[in-house]
Design a protein. Structure first.
Length: 71
């Protein structure tokens, strides 16, 4: 799997950078989440997954997104 580039990315640092980038590029959605629209987190997770080529651990992405948006 690793040779084919199919391994899941669970590197917190790499995912945190992708999360920060997505939040910076989508301030409207970040503000909506902070205003209580929890469903927008799905969009943001999707953007992080897109940025990582679909290789990021989605559970970790969601955890880090929520932490970054509420922190």
């Amino acid at each position: 799997m690793a040779a084919e580039g199919l391994a899941q990315v669970s590197d917190r640092g790499a995912i945190e950078r992708a999360v920060a980038d997505v939040i910076a590029h989508h301030p409207t959605q970040a503000a909506e989440f902070r205003a209580g629209k929890d469903r927008v987190v799905g969009f943001l997770v999707g953007q992080v997954m897109k940025a990582t080529g679909g290789k990021a651990n989605p559970q970790l992405v969601q955890e880090l997104l929520r932490a970054a948006l509420t922190g």
